[in-house]
Write a protein that binds this ligand. Sequence first.
Ligand code: ADP
Ligand code: MG
Length: 389
Amino acid sequence: MNISTQELAADHTERFGQQGTSFSAPARVNLIGEHTDYTGGFVLPLAIGFETTATISPRTDRKAVLYSSNFDEQVEYELDAMPQKGRGHWSDYGMGVVWSLAKDDIKTSGFNLSVEGNVPLGSGLSSSASVEVAVAMALLSLAETEIPGEKIATLCRRAENDFVGAPSGIMDQFVITNAVAEKALLLDCRSLEFYLLPLRPDIRIVIANSMVKHSIAEGAYRDRREEVEAGQAVLSKMNPQIKLLRDATMDDLKQARGRMSDASYRRCRHIITENARVLEARSALFGGDMRKLGDLLFAAHISMRDDFEASAPEVDKLVDLARSLPGCIGSRITGGGFGGCTVNLVEAQYADNFAEQLKLRYKDAAGIEAEIYVCEAVDGAVARAKAGE
Ligand code: ADP
Ligand code: MG
């Protein structure tokens, strides 16, 4: 799934009359830990072999010129008259990074930037963070500035939250920046400490794209966050030691039940039990106990579906179908919800059959052609830049 860097470099030279330097960033899938990042909890994602490449060259004037081959469009901005907010355009993701770097006094000189990605857009595999991180790597190289991977991730998250206007947590940018091949990354979203956990070579991670994204997604995502924050506020009031939902136990939540809406209670229950599942998943990965990990994935799906109410009938269908296929160890919805993809753990020898059968049966059941990707855990943007990729 790699994009040919030579071709990209040649396209950049032809378009801008100057040789560029290329940086790539992968996409990601979250194995477990959904909606836990923005309440300071735990997530367990990995980087996967789709990628976005950003090729950059300097300009002598103060223009930022951006081209995306995915949109086949070129746009220009004046760096001295920078917008302070996005305008609902693909270039917001790149300009948001320029804006966010400037907030930390990392000044950008004029540049030409061409972007190309093979990450499916809007499918929950985080093409947005992939673009942001690739662009950040390119801009930092132009500014001859080195900053730690953790910082790159937080700068990119700020671009997405405050410039683009999407209220995402830190997970996507963090794993896309800091992932390491053949490993999953357990992230403590409060301290940003992370641990790399080995994935067994006899297990494949298979992603099934339902090809459905329900239009309620954006509004519902905001509602869920509000319900969670309301519940968190009740818990903090009850016990000031609970700064974030991550600090609360199920006993705390039960005690506070009468003081919050039923929706808040169930959203918080999802997050508290999900944090516990992520930590159990860490132990399962350490011990190589794939059955245990698979069971945690199934349980996480049910919690997203029933407590967080963020699944979709098509995605539930994919999980049910997956469960009945040989070699399937675990399956659940991945990403923010209301459509998008499932992540499946499948015994390697069954992976191709699983992909084929799941596609056929989903077509029969839902009348939709799913896209199925058999994935490997790949390096994040920092490891790629170090390896000169
Ligand atoms: P997801 O992150 O799940 O793929 P988002 O809606 O968060 O979905 O981000 C998708 C948006 O990111 C696209 O609509 C586009 O604006 C931007 N984007 C992603 N990939 C590219 C690309 N290669 N070139 C330009 N913009 C891109
Ligand atoms: Mg996104």
